[in-house]
Design a protein around this ligand. Structure first.
Ligand SMILES: NC(=O)c1ccc[n+]([C@@H]2O[C@H](COP(=O)([O-])OP(=O)(O)OC[C@H]3O[C@@H](n4cnc5c(N)ncnc54)[C@H](OP(=O)(O)O)[C@@H]3O)[C@@H](O)[C@H]2O)c1
Length: 493
């Protein structure tokens, strides 16, 4: 299948924090891939910016290395590498000082009506100061956009303050809050599955769905990010943003269109309908864990404290929780969420388990009848599985088996799966906000998360330890098994 390219207008993209990890590992390779695909118009520029004093040649050398490190040989035609590097410029400007900003102004030319994107790949404490400087240099035109990344606050109050500081300079239609999960192919496929098929929507409700599981499991530990991670933890780092966004896409009502605000209005309703989890209720509905030394995929790994270089910490590296949505569609249907570091395998998936059949016409020899399950795998091998009961082939009477209709996207469509950042960056240039979070969504998500954080903090309990390479503390298994259910495992039959 040949990928289709939607053209974008001429643009200048300024990456603040261009020498940092996000830029080197994700943004520059993503932009390069779009150049290979012919999506970047001639004359468009990518301008790196950070404090380090680099010449244009030194920045180009850094960008070349980033492409060589993160793009496979076969996807790096030398002529496109040269074309891409020729688009680059670099300005050294400290967000907290005067130096360099005038150079940026001269390079961008305030009067230009090109699309202008400022990607703030820096810590959130710099968002406000950078926005203020852009305003004072008159660099914010009607065609200017700003892109920001998580963490969008540490609480509702800090998220509001952050939104205020950006909102003083940019209007909401100019602000692109990235949740890179929304750029994943399979996440968008969730929309296609739900709203382009007549099959699922009639049974997508409390009458037919028993429960939903959302798992985002990592095998990596905190490694180089330990300092940041210890101030955040799994609830802030994964649940407040990625997992609640996934929950919204599973649970929302059909939007009236795929326009950005139509989608975001529906997601917001889900967030507002989440049953509060607070006070004494938190202990029964949430589990916090923290990894200890163990082995992941056969390799011995350190525990969280050793990676952090501290004797103790109350930061959770794992969380499991049970959420409910108080509306007509979902009343009484639990949504079990779990995420953690140093788990047994790297997998992100959404599992919708349907209710058992009301009555079996088969005799005992047929074997147990397992419920239908729809499994939407986001990573590593993106695809969809629908578990059905069928008759075991061949003679031997009516024996039943639980088998998946299994579609791996890589096998089904022989096409490179673009990284989420490729799509998201081009959506920013195009002015499409559908895959970005609106201010009220972010704040509503925090409003649900804040009481959980507060209850954890007042309880004084430590997170429950789990051995690296397992599926988290046993309390996470108890959380779901108390309800007579189990976490989905791929080999489930
Ligand atoms: N890395 C990821 O995969 C990832 C994923 C999601 C979100 N994020 C978020 O994205 C942001 C950047 O992450 P990162 O991992 O790329 O961090 P990083 O590796 O520490 O890079 C930070 C960048 O910001 C620049 N910088 C720092 N202070 C500056 C200042 N005062 N003025 C101008 N530039 C300054 C640094 O360059 P100089 O030191 O030369 O100034 C560097 O280029 C963070 O908020 C992070 O939480 C990162």
């Amino acid at each position: 299948m040949t990928p289709r390219i939607i053209p974008v207008d001429l643009f200048d993209l300024v990456v603040y924090g261009a020498t940092g990890d996000l830029s080197q590992r994700k943004l520059l390779p993503a932009l390069f891939h779009r150049d290979v695909q012919g999506q970047i118009p001639p004359g468009s520029r990518i301008i790196g910016c950070s404090r380090r004093g680099l010449s244009a040649e030194e920045f180009a050398a850094l960008a070349r290395k980033s492409i060589e490190d993160h793009v496979p040989d076969a996807e790096r035609p030398p002529d496109v590498v040269s074309r891409f590097l020729a688009r680059l410029a670099y300005v050294a400007a400290d967000a907290g000082a005067e130096d360099g900003w005038a150079d940026l102004g001269r390079l961008l030319k305030p009067e230009s009506d090109r699309i202008r994107v400022f990607y703030l790949a820096v810590g959130p404490d710099l968002f406000g100061p950078i926005c203020d400087r852009l305003a004072s240099l008159h660099l914010v035109t009607p065609r200017t956009r700003v892109v920001i990344e998580k963490p969008l606050g540490k609480s509702g109050a800090s998220a509001r303050a952050l939104n205020e500081s950006i909102g003083r300079v940019f209007s909401e239609p100019q602000i692109y809050r990235i949740d890179h999960y929304l750029g994943k192919e399979t996440v968008q496929n969730l929309m296609a599955l739900r709203f382009a098929n007549a099959l699922f929507e009639p049974v997508w409700n409390a009458g037919h769905v028993d429960h939903v599981q959302i798992t985002v499991a990592e095998t990596l530990g905190v490694e180089g990010r330990a300092g940041y991670y210890d101030t955040a933890g799994a609830l802030r780092d994964m649940v407040q943003n990625h997992m609640l966004q996934l929950l919204c896409l599973v649970a929302m009502e059909p939007p009236i269109s795929t326009a950005a605000d139509a989608l975001r209005d529906e997601k917001l309703k889900v967030l507002k309908a989440l049953k509060p989890v607070s006070g004494d209720g938190v202990a029964g509905l949430t589990v916090r864990g923290q990894y200890r030394a163990g082995a992941v995929e056969g390799e011995a790994v350190k525990g969280y404290f050793e990676e952090l270089g501290a004797v103790t910490s109350r930061t959770e590296t794992f969380v499991a929780l049970k959420a409910e949505i108080a509306n007509w569609r979902w009343s009484g249907v639990p949504f079990y969420l779990r995420t953690g570091k140093r788990l047994a395998s790297r997998v992100s998936e959404i599992v919708v388990t349907f209710k058992p059949i009301p009555h079996s016409v088969f005799d005992g020899q047929a074997g147990p009848i397992a419920p239908n399950r729809l499994v939407i795998r986001l990573q590593p091998d993106e695809g969809v599985k629908l578990w059905l009961m069928i008759k075991d082939p061949g003679p031997g009477g009516m024996r039943l088996s639980h088998v998946p209709l299994d579609m791996s996207f890589a096998d089904a469509f022989n096409v490179r799966n673009p990284d989420a950042y490729e799509r998201l960056l081009m959506d920013v240039v195009r002015g499409s906000q559908a895959l970005f979070m609106r201010r009220d969504e972010v704040e509503a998500a925090w409003d649900w998360i804040d009481p959980i954080l507060e209850a954890w903090s007042t309880s004084g309990d430590m997170p429950k330890p789990y051995t690296a390479g397992t599926w988290g503390p046993s309390a996470a298994v108890a959380l779901i098994e108390r309800d007579g259910r189990t976490w989905y495992e791929d080999q489930d039959l």
